[in-house]
Design a protein around this ligand. Structure first.
Ligand SMILES: *[C@@H]1O[C@H](CO)[C@@H](O)[C@H](O)[C@H]1NC(C)=O
Length: 227
């Protein structure tokens, strides 16, 4: 009697194991028959359209993403809107093709691209969030460059800095002697106070300029010594 039960139980176990194995094989070999459809996504990110599509999802490399961004009409328009300003700087002799330019707080890199398109070969852009390949990540208050390596230091974002004195000191430090620091600040800013942030530069001039449809006060300082 007991042996009978034992044999029965053994058979049941074998049957269960066999069934489980067959089920597993079926599960692996078939794609799910029911797929849930995801919500319609308003952005241009290639989200899978359903749960079945996950294995077909393309992985976009940073390079491809950048190419896509840089070919968008918004990007093109923004770069084009920066060009007249930099052409004016060129015509006044502040920037030339040979200039080695640093753009601090360069955002997504519109100004970097615009400078390159006017013919400047050597443009470096930095921002707290990088946008390769045009803009690398760096703290404007602690620039990762040696002293005296740039001809031009440009920034339109001094006004957003928490430590303007440190921001200016770093820009000034990385300029060569004779190099120019070009700042765009909001209209009505105290030019005298901004000049006072420089330790070893002379005041070249200030004037009202327009960049991408907005009016700014442009302040140019020329470095005369290492402080
Ligand atoms: C500066 O570079 C641009 C673009 O490469 C070129 O068209 C232009 O002739 C250059 N200007 C000078 C003065 O070399």
């Amino acid at each position: 009697m007991e042996r009978h039960i034992q044999t029965l139980l053994n058979r049941l176990s074998y049957a269960s194991i066999t069934m489980a194995t067959v089920t597993l094989i079926l599960l692996f070999s078939q794609s799910p028959s029911q797929c849930t459809t995801g919500p319609h996504h308003p952005y241009h990110i290639p989200f899978p359209k359903s749960s079945c599509q996950s294995n077909q999802r393309q992985i976009l490399t940073v390079q491809k993403k950048t190419q896509k961004l840089h070919s968008s009409s918004h990007w093109r328009n923004m770069v084009a809107a920066h060009i007249p300003y930099f052409q004016t700087l060129r015509s006044k002799g502040f920037v030339s093709n040979d200039s080695n330019v640093l753009c601090v707080s360069a955002g997504a890199g519109h100004e970097v691209m615009a400078l390159m398109e006017t013919g400047v070969d050597d443009v470096t852009g930095v921002e707290v969030i990088d946008s390769p390949p045009l803009v690398s990540r760096a703290d404007p208050h602690d620039l990762p460059f040696f002293d005296g390596v740039f001809d031009i230091g440009f920034s339109a974002h001094l006004g957003e800095s928490l430590f303007p004195d440190r921001f200016v000191a770093e820009l000034e430090r990385t300029l060569r002697i004779g190099g120019a620091c070009i700042l765009l600040v909001e209209m009505g800013e105290d030019v005298g106070a901004i000049r006072g942030l420089f330790q070893g530069s002379t005041f070249v001039g200030s004037e009202n300029v327009t960049l991408v449809g907005s009016k700014f006060m442009q302040i140019i300082m020329r470095k005369k010594k290492f402080s």
